[in-house]
Design a protein around this ligand. Structure first.
Ligand SMILES: C[C@H](OP(=O)(O)O)C(=O)O
Length: 341
């Protein structure tokens, strides 16, 4: 499965639940083996520590130690260290690091300093709780996403170059957290992306899969970053497993997050059909064998089907674990249909 952290967590928990329903192993787990290839484009160095927000969201959520009310971070979190950092003028005052969360970042940074790779570290972090799925970072290379934004205040009177006037670039986390994606995004750029390779185990997991699911995550900064890693698209094109995507857009609106602020930068409309066509179908050299949209977007599925593509509709709202599992079941069924088609 390919996933980001927010929509990704809910969907992955649904997949784990649905696998336990369909293929129980008698101990409350499942015989199915689920591997999640996690977006690393949101990662950042901040206050001297390495953050991997999507990986940590998945880790905390699958472990059941996440803050379900805020939708991010650890349950029972305190912010004493963040208050001290603010006094020292270290880090970003608008980006609060919780104390428990900082423990994870400190451990990760200590292991990085010891020479471990991000995939070795994520493996270590997963040993603390039985997650029931395996999480792999998409790549071990630091591919932090930067956003080029339109900002009239960035006008540098000295700048003679129309290309740079009224524009500036910032880390994705600053755009997302400080500006809540309100500065119009012109482009997204992942640092070092040309030198990146899929992390160890990623290409093998895709090659050996019976089914590949694309979570209803942000198509630009989460799934888009995973797909931008050189070698990833080739691995997905080569697998014999059906690739089934789930739309992150319902009725022309984002389910959560701010994908609608990202899609215009890549010239894609905020609609279930447009995102499906943007991923493209394997028949035409794209990503998908099948695309799952919400029932309210049944017309989009009809329009894709009329073009000879496999698409279906099902309830996509993941209000609770049961509904997330039902959605995962619909995606698995669509994959089975894709395989026999
Ligand atoms: C909702 C979506 O979640 P993610 O891509 O982190 O899974 C997003 O943040 O736009």
């Amino acid at each position: 499965m390919l996933a980001g952290g927010v929509g990704g967590s809910r969907f992955v928990r649904g997949v784990r639940e649905e696998c336990a329903r369909r293929w129980p192993d008698g101990e409350g787990g499942t015989e199915a083996s689920v591997t999640v290839v996690v977006n690393t484009g949101d990662d950042i160095w901040l206050s001297g520590v390495r953050l991997m927000p999507d990986f940590d969201s998945l880790l905390y959520s699958l472990a059941g130690v996440n803050d379900t009310e805020r939708g991010w971070g650890r349950a029972g979190e305190t912010e004493r260290v963040a208050a001290e950092l603010r006094e020292w003028g270290v880090g970003w005052p608008w980006f609060t690091l919780g104390d428990l969360d900082l423990g994870t970042h400190l451990a990760r940074t200590a292991w990085l300093r010891e020479g471990l790779t991000p995939s070795q570290i994520t493996e270590r972090l997963q040993q603390r709780w039985p997650l029931g799925v395996r999480l792999l970072p998409a790549t071990d290379t630091e591919v932090d996403t930067h956003v080029r934004v339109a900002d009239p205040e960035a006008s540098d009177p000295e700048a003679s170059d129309a290309e740079t006037r009224g524009k500036r670039e910032m880390h994705f986390q600053e755009w997302w957290t400080r500006y809540h994606a309100t500065l119009p995004a012109l482009a997204f750029r992942q640092q070092n992306i040309a030198d990146a390779r899929p992390a160890p185990g990623v290409a093998e997991a895709i090659a050996d899969a019976d089914l590949v699911l694309v979570a209803p995550s942000n198509p630009v900064v989460s799934i888009g970053t995973i797909l931008a890693v050189p070698g990833m698209r080739e691995a997905l094109a080569a697998t014999t497993a059906p690739v089934v995507g789930v739309s992150p857009i319902i009725g022309g609106k984002v389910v959560r997050g701010m994908a609608d602020a990202c899609l215009p930068a890549i010239g894609v409309e905020t609609s279930a059909e447009a995102v499906g066509r943007h991923y493209g179908f394997r028949r035409d050299g794209g990503l998908l064998d099948a695309w799952l949209v919400d029932e309210t977007d049944a017309a989009a599925a009809g329009s894709l089907t009329a073009d000879g593509l496999l698409a279906a509709s099902a309830p996509l709202w993941m209000h609770d674990l049961d509904r997330s599992a039902d959605l995962a079941g619909a995606a698995i069924d669509l994959g089975t249909a894709g395989r026999s088609a």
